[in-house]
Design a protein around this ligand. Structure first.
Ligand code: NDP
Length: 433
């Protein structure tokens, strides 16, 4: 806390992990003696840089760029880039720290990192976004590479931005190094199902948790927040598994649609036209828009928060519990505040933390890296089957670790413990570096 005084989100993330791995430390004193924690909370490297670019009116704009390379003990640094005005060092560090354990939990050989900028793509022309991405990559390229650091998308970084970033990397380095970025277009090195993976994975995770209690998603009402990459595909998969997704949102408010969210209309409004979510309700008679509010006041069976950190607080959790919610699967990173998480757990609501529930995205990124290295392309069905199995394995690893450490059914303890154990063993084996 003394060393990172202005980093509340980072401290929140560290606190949550440390609190939940106490049983692991008690069983493995070597992790304490080996200085694992002291090293883990300090990134291996953090890079901050100026991103100057010229807007359409010829004015100079300056943003700040970040890449925090947290841990490479299990493989090359891996984690997304976020473009949003709220991005600062605290946000990037919290995301990078979480990423270490999430990536470990997938069982694959990937380290943890995160990056981004306080650039806001909303309302910017394609040409402005391209110039920004090129300037961002003019510095970042020297820290990347398929064996060094492999970014992907996150909030504000979708297929358009990834295209511009990848193109500039190729231009500067004179290398078509497919494996240096994941989330690429499927025509130029991207993997099938990567776009869908995080949202699909979060719904698969909910299905796994429900299965433990002998139930399934069929016939249930699902509440999703956000209307970007994760939300869109969470909604799609909820439909496919027989549930009815009834909400979506953005930073202006939410829509509730009792007939179920029309995914094509949502994509048209948010992805194609890049408009506000209220436009969805204007074009859909069964839907209504609620301004400046979050969807958690709607009665639902399953919540999949898929927008941003701390978007579901204790009051929201109480409202959801009163409405009969049965399970929460975090599509976003740290969307539920610590108070909300405790409330869900005390009310015996199944709670899947983002580290486990949204790990399908990065796990499928690792599959993209494998395909790039082998110059192969797997089919959509094959890739989705692999994602399905990965989410089952992630669920089972978290579930088993929770039992092993005396907290049966607590997926927070389970996910943190299983991820931490793997990282800690590797750190001990590789010495003090
Ligand atoms: P997108 O940019 O595609 O979508 C983000 C959505 O969340 C938009 O609807 C956006 O609304 C909304 N949102 C963003 N910030 C806020 C805010 N402060 N308040 C309310 N709504 C907000 O991002 P993704 O879907 O990729 O990411 C969503 C979450 O999932 C993030 O937490 C991310 O870290 C996490 N995640 C993403 C992965 C991926 O593969 N993409 C992988 C694992 C986790 P608006 O348009 O108004 O800004």
């Amino acid at each position: 806390r003394r060393r990172n005084p202005h980093e509340p989100e980072f401290l929140q993330a560290v606190h949550e992990v440390l609190e939940s791995i106490v049983p692991v430390l008690e069983q493995h004193p070597r992790f304490v003696d080996g200085g694992i924690l002291e090293r883990l909370v300090e990134p291996e490297r953090q890079i901050m840089f100026r991103v100057p670019w010229v807007d359409d009116d010829g004015r100079l704009q300056v943003n700040r760029g970040f890449r925090v390379q947290f841990s490479s003990v299990l493989g090359p640094y891996k984690g997304g880039l976020r473009f949003h005005p709220s991005v600062d060092l605290s946000i990037v560090k919290f995301l990078g720290f979480e990423q270490i354990f999430k990536n470990a939990l997938t069982g694959q050989g990937i380290g943890g990192a995160k990056g981004g900028s306080d650039f806001d793509p909303h309302g910017r022309s394609d040409a402005e976004v391209m110039r920004f991405c090129q300037s961002f990559m003019n510095e970042l390229y020297r820290h990347l590479g398929e064996h060094t650091d492999v970014p992907a998308g996150d909030i504000g970084v979708g297929s358009r931005e990834i295209g511009y970033l990848f193109g500039q990397y190729r231009k500067i380095t004179n290398r078509h190094e497919s494996g240096m970025f994941t989330g690429k277009g499927v025509q130029w090195g991207g993997a099938e199902v990567r776009t869908e993976a995080t949202g699909y994975g979060a719904v698969f995770f909910a299905e796994e948790m429900l299965a433990v209690r002998g139930s399934s998603l069929a016939g249930l009402r699902v509440g999703v927040s956000g209307s970007g990459n994760v939300a869109t595909y969470a909604i799609t998969k909820a439909w496919q598994l027989g549930a009815t997704p009834v909400t979506a949102s953005d930073s202006s408010g939410y829509v509730v649609d009792d007939d179920g969210i029309d995914v094509e209309l949502l994509r048209q409004v948010k992805e194609v036209e890049r408009r506000r979510i209220s436009e969805y309700a204007e074009r859909r008679p069964s839907a209504r828009f609620v301004a400046d509010a979050r969807p958690w006041e709607v009665a639902i069976d399953i919540a999949v928060p898929s927008a941003t950190q701390n978007e579901l607080d204790l009051d929201d959790a109480r409202a959801l519990i009163a409405g009969g919610v049965r399970a929460v699967s975090e599509g976003a990173n740290m969307p539920c505040t610590p108070g909300a998480v405790s409330a869900f757990q005390q009310a015996d609501v199944l709670f899947g933390p983002g580290k486990a529930a949204n790990a399908g995205g990065v796990a499928t990124s690792a599959l993209e890296m494998s395909q790039n290295a082998a110059r192969q392309r797997w089919t959509f069905d094959d890739s989705e089957a692999k994602l399905r199995q990965i989410m089952r394995d992630v669920h089972d690893a978290a579930y088993a670790a929770a039992e092993r450490y005396g907290h049966p059914g607590d997926y927070v303890v389970g996910a943190n413990s299983a991820g931490f154990e793997r990282v800690a063993h590797a750190m001990l084996a590789q010495g003090v570096i």
